[in-house]
Write a protein that binds this ligand. Structure first.
Ligand code: NA7
Length: 487
């Protein structure tokens, strides 16, 4: 079989930011047999699934876009989830990518066939697809984390996870409890407090909140200008990308910049909440930036409204009518909103992926996800991840990282197409060396200053990228064949 030049059959799982990028890059590189399988009813990934009130991206819109699909006319400096989702749909339509994407198609399993060097991909319902290369672009913030609170299942009202917000849920005039105070909890409380009868925010561990005017509109004239002068728009994008390097610097190395942002977080609380007792209860015990930093221009005002209440006592149980906390008080509510985050380290799981020696990915990752340069996994030939383990979800543009990774994979696809390789499998040694370097480099990062967050995998390691964009680019620019078993 080896030695014959032909088109690889490529299957991409997921049509979110990573999957759309991979599809576009592979098409741009001339690969014709590419299929994206997406379990949702539309593209967009996290932006398709998340529709809770107040959903806003905490990355400025002029940066939160594909380098290959610039959008000049964002309505806001920080775009809403709805606008971002519309953008994803428009990109797919405008680039003619739709015909390569199968929606409502959930992959449940994939099995490596070593004699054929192919993946047999199984879809819910039983259909099988053969792929030469399998690309998993299944995202990070995808599987909702539902807390194990006694009595939750027996609550008589509505229980809603923010990542699965039901269309048409009436919140005005109702008594609402919100559990969780990450970016989502803060946004949803701010959005609902105006219409709700009462809102009770259950905060297990308060988080630092950087004040920023998140509802600021982008001037229409700016959009027109950027539209008229694409060169200027491109320059702006590159400047923002370069400028975002400051975030990588702040998070990965102690410096005056980090201290300045941390001081600003403390100032945001001091200015935003004048009541000392409330401020004390909203003061986190960990350092600003240790968790994924929450940014909001509205939360502190929202939680001080007369119909809002902050509860920092532990939740003991959910009764039929409300939530009972450790102070012995039960507050009756109509709706419980779980802003409790995601199982961020599942990646492709629970898909059953069976590799070369018959072991599943779940078995290989029982101590936490582990990959080589965020994209290759020993024991799983011809399988690549986009935004896989240790991707820079806390510090570098996801669109940039996705494109870089897709280009890296495309170089392997080139070699496959030329008939030079049929099986590409990263070595254990190279993977161990990469992970050891990453673990050592986590030392001075702010994520390692003593907090607990979704950045930590179940194995206890920090599932982030501890270097800057230059290092990321160098790592993923040219594949190093000596790190792979090639057949
Ligand atoms: P996060 O940031 O993971 O936040 C989840 C929140 O839910 C956090 O405050 C948790 O408190 C809280 N939580 C989780 N389980 C419980 C239980 N059982 N009881 C009380 N509180 C609980 O998720 P988000 O959706 O807000 O944000 C995810 C990312 O999306 C965000 O970082 C941005 O990148 C966009 P804890 O801190 O664990 O005490």
């Amino acid at each position: 079989m080896s030695g014959t030049a032909r088109e690889p059959r490529v299957v991409i799982v997921g049509a979110g930011v990573a999957g759309i990028t991979a599809l576009h890059v592979f098409r741009r590189r001339g690969f014709s047999d590419v299929t994206v399988l997406e379990k949702g009813s539309d593209v967009g990934g996290v932006w398709h699934w998340n529709r809770y009130p107040g959903l806003t991206c905490d990355v400025p819109s002029q940066l939160y876009q594909f380098g290959f699909a610039p959008k000049p006319d964002w309505s806001h400096i920080w775009a809403s989830g709805t606008e971002i989702q519309r953008y994803h749909r428009a990109v797919v339509d405008d680039l003619g990518l739709d015909r390569f994407i199968r929606l409502d198609t959930e992959v449940v399993a994939a099995q490596w066939n070593d004699s054929e060097s192919t993946w047999i991909v199984t879809i819910a319902g039983g259909e099988s697809i053969v792929a030469d290369v399998l690309v998993c672009a299944t995202g990070v913030l995808h599987h909702p984390a539902v807390p194990d609170i006694p009595g939750l299942d027996d609550f008589a009202g509505e229980v809603v996870h923010t990542a699965r917000w039901p269309d048409g849920l009436e919140t005005d005039g109702r008594d609402i409890a919100v559990v969780g105070t990450g970016s989502t909890g803060v946004q949803v409380v701010s959005a609902l407090v105006g219409g709700a009868s009462t809102i009770t925010h259950y905060v297990r561990s308060p988080q630092w909140i950087l004040w920023a005017p998140m509802s600021l509109r982008q001037l229409a004239a700016v959009g027109s200008l950027l539209h008229r002068f694409p060169g200027v728009h491109d320059r702006l994008y590159r400047i923002l990308l370069w400028g975002s390097g400051i975030l990588a610097d702040i998070t990965t190395r102690p410096s005056w910049r980090r201290r300045a942002v941390q001081a600003y977080a403390r100032l945001s609380l001091r200015v935003g909440v004048r009541d000392r007792e409330l401020r004390a209860r909203l003061t986190p015990t960990d350092e600003p930036l240790c968790k994924r930093q929450v940014v909001s221009g509205t939360y502190h005002r929202a939680i001080q409204r007369p119909n809002a209440e902050l509860v920092t006592e532990k939740i003991i149980e959910v009764t039929r009518t409300g939530i009972c906390s450790a102070d012995g008080t039960t507050r009756d509510v109509d709706i419980i909103v779980l802003a409790t985050g995601f199982e961020a380290h599942n990646y492709m799981r629970p898909m059953e992926i069976v590799g070369r020696v018959g072991r599943t990915l779940a078995q290989e990752w029982s101590a936490g996800p582990r990959a080589y340069r965020m994209t290759a996994i020993p024991g799983f030939p011809n399988l690549f991840t986009v935004l896989g383990p240790n991707s820079p979800t806390g510090s570098i543009s996801l669109q940039y990282t996705s494109e870089l990774t897709a280009e890296y994979i495309a170089q392997w696809l080139d070699r496959w197409r030329a008939g030079e390789v049929r099986s590409i499998e990263v070595t254990d040694e190279a993977t161990d060396a990469f992970n050891a370097d990453v673990a050592a480099a986590m030392g001075p990062t702010v994520w390692n200053t003593g907090c607990n967050s979704w950045y930590f995998s179940e194995g206890g390691s920090i599932d982030l990228f501890p270097y800057d964009r230059a290092r990321l680019t160098a790592m993923l620019s040219v594949p190093d064949p000596s790190d792979f078993h090639l057949r």
